[in-house]
Ligand binder design. Structure first.
Ligand code: TYM
Length: 331
């Protein structure tokens, strides 16, 4: 059975981008593959969380994984920092990751632009840690959104480089995966790029957002003053709203608003109202479970401990073999 690995950074609550880009696939994949889904708390250290925030954010992601339908009996759910073998593999892979290629990564360049005062080595080697996450279980499929595609390419590069260096076909090649063939990019509500937790207030709809918050955020989404000709191309901010509709609304609803746009009769207020209601319906089953799971400390403890044991079993096997391949020998 093929092995699947994916993770989500614990830098805040999960949003619709995480859900439709990644988690929806996790839930389906757990029935077909040997799955490892983790909470990337080591990755979150690049943003320097306080100890309290670190723990709260890890807990939130764990709770929301479970509320979204990841079954700990089927998939291995674990916290990245509970598996120190990942950090060890990261160290080995770092020895063969080069400054030039790390600096060229799009996400690194974006981070440097956004936070020029915090360009730390962890940010630079972020794709190496991600490769270690994947290679530690020798995974071949990685359910992620479109923004992670380049990181997957780097994971293949680092795995292949290790194989070549030691002249051994050890790590298989991991590829980004989505059931719908194409990787997904869910737009945010600010009229610009993708939905993200660090893109500013109001850009993201979180799975834990109550209905009234969803309504408020959607009503504030950026729009223009309306089409000025029939069948006009949609500007980015309007196309974004239609793209969001594509994930939560029925096809005839989208066709209805598309038609109103093309005939210049659209009222953005109506479109937003509909979009908000469809988002509320789409997230309700998850939202309703979040509180109960969050209050069940013994269950969360059990899930995290069991997941760590299973993940370490697999990781320890890889690290033992990697150490032998590299040439570490005990006396
Ligand atoms: P992160 O935490 O930013 O996002 C987690 C997952 O959600 C997807 N995603 C989106 N998909 C579509 N549209 C969006 N607007 C959107 N926003 C987020 C991401 O593509 C991702 O799949 N580096 C990773 C976490 C990670 C990881 C890994 C993933 C660490 N190690 C190993 C896979 C394998 C990240 O920061 O994702």
């Amino acid at each position: 059975m093929e092995t699947v690995v994916s993770g989500i950074r614990s830098t805040g609550n999960l949003h619709l981008g995480n859900y439709y880009g990644a988690i929806q696939n996790f839930v389906k994949m757990q029935y077909e593959y040997n799955c490892y889904f983790f909470i990337a708390d080591l990755h979150s250290l690049t943003t320097h969380p306080t100890p309290d925030n670190l723990h709260i954010n890890v807990k939130n992601v764990l709770v929301e994984y479970l509320a979204a339908g990841i079954d700990p009996e089927r998939a291995t759910i674990y916290v990245q920092s509970d598996v120190p073998e990942i950090a060890e593999l990261y160290l080995y892979l770092n020895m063969n990751a080069y400054l030039g290629e790390l600096e060229r990564s799009t996400s690194f360049k974006d981070k440097v632009r956004a936070h020029p005062d915090n360009v730390n080595a962890g940010l630079l080697t972020y794709p190496v840690l991600m490769a270690a996450d994947i290679l530690i279980h020798k995974a071949t499929k990685v359910p992620v959104g479109k923004d992670q595609e380049q990181h997957l390419e780097m994971a293949r590069t680092f795995g292949n480089r290790f194989n070549r260096l030691y002249n051994k076909e050890y790590f298989p090649e991991p590829y980004a995966f989505n059931f719908s063939q194409n990787l997904v990019k869910i737009p945010g509500l600010d009229g610009k790029g993708k939905m993200g937790k660090s893109e500013g207030e109001g850009n993201a709809i979180f799975l834990s957002d109550p209905p009234e918050v969803i309504r408020k955020k959607v009503m504030r989404a950026v729009t223009d003053s309306g089409p000025t000709a029939e069948n006009q191309a949609k500007p980015d901010e309007i196309q974004n709203l239609f793209d969001l509709m594509k994930v939560v609304s029925a096809p005839d609803t989208i066709a209805h608003f598309d038609n109103l746009y093309n005939t210049m009769q659209i009222r953005y207020g109506d479109l937003k109202k509909q979009l908000a209601e469809d988002m509320i319906i789409a997230t309700a089953p998850i939202r309703e479970k979040i509180n109960d799971i969050a209050n069940d400390a013994p269950y969360l403890r059990q899930v995290a401990r069991y997941g760590a044991i299973k993940a370490r079993e697999s990781a320890q096997k890889t690290i033992k073999e990697v150490r032998e391949i590299i040439g570490f020998k005990s006396f």
